[in-house]
Ligand binder design. Structure first.
Ligand SMILES: [Zn+2]
Length: 964
């Protein structure tokens, strides 16, 4: 099915706990097999009727087949992007299948797929992928989860040999891995480094929480990263056993989507996979059961480095709902509407003067392919757990007792149908990678795959017939009452007030459940964003650039508009504008407050509408606009669906002309920020990042440091509004760039109405160089924070530079080449790191300079080796330059990326913006390939000598805090 039903992130597998418990409602699959039978089968004129009992057919766009050995395959021809093929090997085997002596080896097996196989010796595979432009990153090309391992291979098809070789790679992954003992041992160290990067407060808390969340089932002891003792001591035979037992055709699918004849794809599948065999006496693949919780329990988990405080109420697991029939599909639609309305109610609560929590979510979420559960969670504000638990319990109870209103349902249906419509509109522009993800889920979870056109038809036929009474019945049947539950407090022991005891958590939850809830009062909303449109201005000049396909308009108020209509996607318009200005326009004493001015003004809404009211008024519309200060510029960004351009321009007009002053929302913003800042400096990564900033810039007011709760008490509402208005009360000096699917003639009246009417009072429009410069010379610091044996090496090279497009290309090639070497040497040869590398930029404002940053996570005992190896690579590049082979890999990847980028609205927007900001010729977009071709190994060597200045860099190393 379309991603629409998945607008909430799924939380399971090795996902980071914070993200999980955080605030995702979880994918809301419905709990009940058959809530309320709808009155009649739905039908809309001109389309075949839908019979709810019927199965949902597989769409005509995909061929699904099965080989005699049990291997499943999916084939779809799709030419977006052109000359590209997406291949996947999906193995229905993950960490949950590991034996005790294999904990962590499903994941290690995945790593071994890049370490030698029947047709590719160690190194050959990665090297070949790089020569055809496929970048290899730490796990970027595969992932391991509880229930599955998925290998990803994007193949450019312009060379005919590539396609067959791509299938050969998949064949080798399926049953041809070498799994050499010595190579396994080497990979052991890399995986241990990977495990190290995951350590910290979240991981420590996870280990206490997961056994409870998974109710003692095998999932709790099978985190994909595994068990450290096992990883250090396992025998290579244990890896070989996992591979033999579970990598077999009946648990595998091959997915092929892209620029290929389906008949040819089928032949290739036959040729490469038909001879695979299941092992003799195959082990049955167990379905791991999770028992439903039988008793209520409370749990308090604290950690000195925890990022924040939260509560979670988890109700018993239940089987995932059935799928496959139209009735099941309809139930999912009902659940999606229910989830969206519940989420909006919780969101409304955060905008109260004394919000009970910073943010919250509630609903059904998938735990595994077979299980789901209802849960409610909240990030805590300064009042702590009691009001948050009360609000969660009572909002759920209110919905259970009184349901939603007709207006809420109407808005949700509008949003939902609009979402389907947009995906339908883009149906001929969908990327192969999106289809591949759907078929992967079909294989793993049985997700329906009727095709975009059919699904849009189903949604349009079914959604209007979903009644309020039905959704309300579903809500009251789905929200648990009196069920055994787990109540969890997760937090820092440095939280405001005392950490609650488990008994207290129970008492608060019970007390909340006893409170008698009342129905929610009716809302009264404005009809639209603006009561009436502003008096229009006019277009006073127009010019065209044929080569670029752009039109430039000058409006009667002096504002300019640059229009680039495209057919890259069917329903997307992007907006950007920028002018000299930004934070440096404010005095050194004002800049700290100015950093928050835009967020504060936005947090109060605009015109007559609070942010929540605005969201409701905009139901069914897709449009957004944001105004911001960067260091040296005032920026505007926005996006809209083609039909909602006017809404986007109205929002823009409001942002410039109608600040909404709301002291209560202001207080609410300040309290949320101040509470969020409370635990920042207990996290080692934050301490480290702040130390790097300090080492580079001292305590300059022009550089943002990690916020402290106290910073927010210095803010003042009137001053923030004044700072915002100082820049954004005027549109003078702005050129609004619009890129996307629109008709120039059709939007001209809208531009005249909303942009030509913007006020353009004079204001300073020069870049202000406040003298901010990085430290000179060699600076070395060590920082001690965190209790795990974790280190990070940070290096920053900076200096003056002379910018040109060609020089920037050489500079970026230098970084790409050194990153290939860092992976090859520091990771693969020396096993010092799992991930890490360099990035950098050439900057033209307020003066021409460059900066390069390296970030290399490692162990405290390996820091010296990491530094030595990194500087050795720098010296090698300076003395010998890069190998031609490495440079060719970089160029090949860039050509692939560039070809794709030229068909993307966001790339054009960014390039046109850059041409305006720096007053350069935008036609340079069309000659990027020539500049890529021109870079030589000697250029990169010269760049290495120029930019790795060993007399001028900042080195900061994070070490664990000394044990007390
Ligand atoms: Zn990994």
């Amino acid at each position: 099915m379309l991603t629409l039903l998945r607008f909430f992130p799924v939380c399971r597998a090795g996902a980071v706990l914070a993200a999980c418990l955080g605030l995702s409602t979880g994918l809301a699959w419905p709990a009940l097999a058959h809530p309320a039978k709808p009155a009649a089968d739905a039908a809309i004129t001109g389309l075949p009727a839908i019979h709810l009992a019927d199965p949902i057919p597989i769409g005509p766009q995909v061929k699904v087949g099965k080989l005699a050995n049990g291997l499943t395959y999916y084939i779809q021809r799709n030419t977006r992007p052109e000359k590209k093929l997406e291949l996947r090997l999906v193995v229905k085997a993950g960490s949950v299948l590991e034996d005790e002596d294999q904990r962590g080896l499903a994941h290690l097996t995945e790593h071994m797929a890049f370490n030698g196989s029947a047709h590719f010796k160690k190194w050959e595979l990665i090297s070949w992928l790089q020569t055809i432009g496929v970048k290899f990153g730490a796990d970027l090309n595969a992932y391991t989860s509880f229930d599955e391992t998925v290998y990803m291979l994007p193949i450019p098809t312009d060379q005919p040999d590539n396609v067959d070789k791509g299938f050969l790679v998949l064949e080798d992954w399926a049953q041809g891995l070498t799994l050499d003992d010595a190579d396994i041992d080497k990979e052991r160290s890399i995986v241990l480094e990977e495990a190290r990067t995951g350590k910290g407060a979240g991981e420590r808390m996870n280990r206490q929480l997961l056994p409870k969340l998974y109710n003692g089932s095998r999932y709790a002891s099978r985190l994909p990263i595994g068990d450290e003792t096992v990883l250090k001591t396992f025998k290579p035979a244990a890896v070989q056993r996992f591979y033999r037992d579970w990598y077999r055709p009946d648990l595998m699918a091959v997915v092929v989507v892209g620029d290929i004849e389906p008949a040819r794809a089928e032949q290739l599948i036959e040729r490469h996979f038909a001879r695979l065999r299941n092992p003799v006496n195959e082990r049955p693949r167990p379905e791991v059961a999770i028992a439903a919780r039988s008793a209520t329990e409370a749990l308090v988990v604290t950690d000195p480095e925890a990022a924040g405080n939260s509560v979670l109420i988890r109700y018993p697991v239940r089987p995932a709902p059935p799928h496959g029939s139209f009735a099941d599909y309809r139930t999912k639609l009902v659940d999606s509407l229910f989830s969206a309305m519940l989420a909006q109610r919780l969101q409304d609560l955060t905008q109260q003067p004394a919000p009970p929590f910073l943010g919250a979510s509630s609903g059904l979420s998938a735990l595994t392919p077979r299980y789901q559960s209802f849960s409610a969670s909240a990030r805590l504000g300064k009042e702590g757990a009691a009001p948050a638990l009360a609000a969660l319990v009572q909002e759920n109870a209110r919905v259970r007792a009184f349901g939603f209103s007709a207006a809420e349902l109407e808005r949700s249906k509008k949003d939902m149908l609009r979402g389907y419509e947009r995906i339908y509109t883009e149906r001929d522009k969908s990327n192969s990678a999106d289809f591949v993800a759907e078929y992967t889920r079909h294989f793993l979870e049985g997700e329906d795959i009727p095709g975009i056109a059919n699904e849009y038809h189903y949604a349009r036929a079914l959604v209007p017939g979903i009644s309020l009474a039905e959704v309300n019945r579903y809500a009251s049947a789905t929200i648990p009452v009196d069920a055994a539950k787990l109540v969890v407090y997760l937090g820092s022991d440095k939280a405001t007030g005392a950490t609650p005891a488990p008994k207290q958590l129970m008492a608060w939850t019970d007390a909340a459940a006893r409170v008698k809830v009342t129905a929610r009062a009716d809302e009264h909303l404005a009809a639209g964003l603006l009561a009436k449109p502003p008096p229009a201005g006019s277009i006073v000049a127009e010019s065209h650039d044929e080569a670029l396909g752009t039109t430039t308009l000058t409006l009667s108020n002096g504002v300019k508009v640059l229009l680039k209509p495209t057919d890259f996607v069917n329903d997307q318009v992007l907006l950007s504008a920028s002018r000299p200005g930004g934070l440096t326009q404010f005095g050194a004493g004002d800049v700290a407050a100015a950093r928050y001015a835009n967020a504060i003004v936005t947090s109060m809404g605009a015109g007559q509408l609070s942010p929540n009211d605005m969201q409701k008024v905009l139901a069914g519309k897709a449009a957004s606009v944001g105004l911001n200060f960067s260091q040296y510029s005032d920026t505007v960004g926005g996006s809209a669906a083609s039909a909602d351009i006017e809404t986007m321009l109205q929002l823009l007009y409001l942002r410039f002309t109608a600040v909404r002053r709301d002291p209560l929302l202001y207080r609410s913003y300040v309290e949320r920020q101040s509470e969020s800042a409370r635990n920042l400096m207990v996290q080692p990564q934050t301490v480290f990042g702040d130390a790097i900033t300090e080492a580079m810039y001292g305590d300059s007011p022009w550089v943002a440091r990690v916020p402290k709760p106290d910073d927010f008490s210095q803010l003042d509402l009137e001053r923030s509004i004044a700072q915002y208005r100082q820049r954004f009360a005027s549109a003078r000096g702005l050129t609004f760039i619009l890129v996307g699917s629109f008709d120039v003639a059709a939007i001209k009246p809208l531009l005249a109405t909303y942009l030509a009417s913007l006020p353009t009072a004079p204001l300073p429009l020069e870049v202000k160089d406040v003298g901010l410069r990085p430290t000179q010379g060699i600076v070395k610091r060590a920082v001690y924070s965190g209790s795990e044996a974790k280190s990070v090496v940070s290096l920053n090279f900076t200096g003056p530079a002379t910018y040109s497009k060609e020089e920037n290309m050489r500079f970026q090639a230098l970084l790409e080449v050194i990153n290939i070497r860092i992976t090859e040497v520091l990771r693969e040869q020396l096993a010092l790191i799992y991930s890490g590398g360099m990035s950098g930029s050439m900057v033209r404002i307020p003066y021409e300079h460059y900066s390069i940053g390296a970030s290399l996570p490692t162990g405290p005992d390996k820091v010296d080796q990491v530094l030595a190896a990194t500087f050795a690579e720098i010296a090698r590049l300076k003395n010998q330059g890069p190998s031609q082979a490495d440079l060719d890999k970089v160029k090949q990847n860039w050509l692939q990326v560039q070809r794709r980028a030229l068909r993307e609205n966001a790339y054009w927007l960014q390039q046109l913006q850059s041409a305006i900001t720096y007053d350069t010729d935008p036609a340079a977009i069309l000659t990027v390939e020539e500049r890529i071709g021109a870079v030589t190994a000697a250029d990169v060597q010269a760049a290495a000598r120029r930019y790795f200045d060993l007399q001028n860099y900042v080195q900061v190393v994070l070490y664990p805090a000394a044990k007390k």
